[in-house]
Design a protein around this ligand. Structure first.
Ligand code: C5P
Length: 401
């Protein structure tokens, strides 16, 4: 078992400001200053067209760092390359976001440094659109915005008023102070509350090289932990074997088996709430061979014994935390989830359908949340967007509990 508080905990919020080619780019240096005033560390990436509106030198002066401009510049990539930049950022704020940039992002293109950094990053993506109001109303733009929001991007504005083209309407980029406020405002809905969250699969060893496991990537659990932290909660994330890193401020404990996960959870209690997102293996081999099991040509039988049901155990404690379970079902999702809510005495259960094409190991998911007397259909969206909605439901229900 290993534990660490993710290294960004004490570091300032790292914001990559992306600038695309709109007249509103003249406001971007002020946005950089407003973000820095609010304690953020800021780096800037510009598209080629943006340089027609504002110079890299201006943005370098206000950010205090060399501006990132090209993808294929050997010298620039030898400094902080695009992947490093993508990993560095907690937030990416594209301001202004032109219709062209939105289209390229929606299409998943990576034809310049900014779009590549967005694709290569797990950072929160904020878009501050700025364009002529007729363009803003165009179905193509609306659809691109809808696609990006569904993947978890947050749109800031645009506002309405007189535009650079001389017309009136929606399409003005929000004021730099408004954008900086939105990016840095954390909700305090769960301030002072301590959450324990489990994520990922567990691996149950058969021998030194083989295990029984499942396809959980851990992304839903990590997204829930991050959304809770963003809502002000103190979060301990107990993760099975996954290839993910958590954003700043989350205490992380790595485990491998269900038994280790159970012990880690119990050691973290009491807490205000327990959210069990992990796909815990229900069974483990009755014995583990110290040597690699040899092939014999004969058929073989594996004896499996049940693992502890961590969720049931936590829900059975007295006093107990607010308990949220997950139900991954291949059929009759609602019915099975409600049955599980009752059988395990949960406060809430978040249910999704899993199959070959959805749920496990995918970026998108669809969730319906049930309490004993209510249900919330959170729709189908990115795991980040769903986690935020789930956290709102949890915060509301904990307040009423
Ligand atoms: O009964 P089922 O395994 O489908 O329940 C799923 C829920 O129970 C999830 O929240 C999962 O994290 C939790 N669970 C657990 N310990 C187990 C099996 C499932 O905590 N051994």
């Amino acid at each position: 078992m290993s534990r660490n508080v993710s290294e960004k905990a004490e570091t300032p919020r790292r914001v990559l400001v992306g600038v695309s080619a709109g007249i509103a780019a003249y406001k971007t240096p002020e946005l950089v200053r407003r973000l820095r005033e609010r304690g953020c560390e800021v780096r800037v990436a510009m598209t080629r067209g943006a340089k027609e509106f504002i110079t890299p030198l201006t943005l370098q002066a206000v950010s205090g760092h060399r501006v990132h401009e090209t993808l294929l510049d050997v010298e620039a990539e030898a400094g902080m390359g695009h992947i490093e930049l993508a990993r560095w950022a907690d937030d990416i704020v594209v301001a202004p976001a032109t219709a062209d940039l939105l289209a390229r992002l929606a299409a998943g293109m990576a034809d310049d440094l900014l779009t590549t950094a967005v694709l290569a990053s797990r950072a929160r993506l904020w878009l501050a659109p700025a364009m002529n109001h007729v363009m803003w109303d165009h179905p193509a733009v609306r659809q691109n915005i809808a696609t990006l929001e569904q993947r978890g991007a947050r749109t800031l504005g645009p506002g309405s008023g007189s535009q650079a083209c001389g017309e009136e309407g929606y399409g003005r980029m929000l004021a730099p102070g408004e954008i900086a406020d939105a990016v840095t405002a954390g909700s305090e809905a769960l301030a002072g509350k301590r959450f324990v969250v489990t994520a990922g699969p567990t691996y149950e060893a058969l021998d030194p090289v083989r295990f029984i496991g499942n396809r959980s990537s851990g992304r839903m659990g990590f997204a829930v932990a991050e959304a809770l932290a963003e809502a002000g909660a103190e979060v301990t994330l107990i993760a099975g074997p996954v290839h993910l890193s958590a954003r700043g401020g989350i205490e992380r404990i790595d485990v491998r088996t269900a038994a280790e996960m159970r012990d880690a959870v119990m050691a973290q209690l009491p807490a205000d709430a327990f959210v069990s997102v992990a796909a815990v293996a229900d069974y483990r081999p009755a014995s583990r061979s110290d040597e690699k099991i040899k092939r014999s040509g004969e058929s073989m039988q594996l004896e499996l014994v049940p693992n502890p049901d961590i969720l049931r155990e936590v829900a059975g404690l007295s006093p107990r935390p607010f308990v949220v379970g997950f139900a991954a079902e291949t059929s009759d999702v609602g019915e099975n989830a409600r049955a599980k809510l009752e059988a395990k005495s949960l406060d809430l259960i978040a249910a999704n359908r899993v199959g070959d094409d959805c749920g496990f190991d995918a970026g998108e998911n669809a969730l319906v949340v049930y309490s004993s007397d209510r249900e919330w259909d959170l729709g189908s969206a990115s795991k980040t967007a769903l986690a935020e909605k789930l956290v709102s439901v949890i915060a509301e229900q904990m307040e009423n509990a």
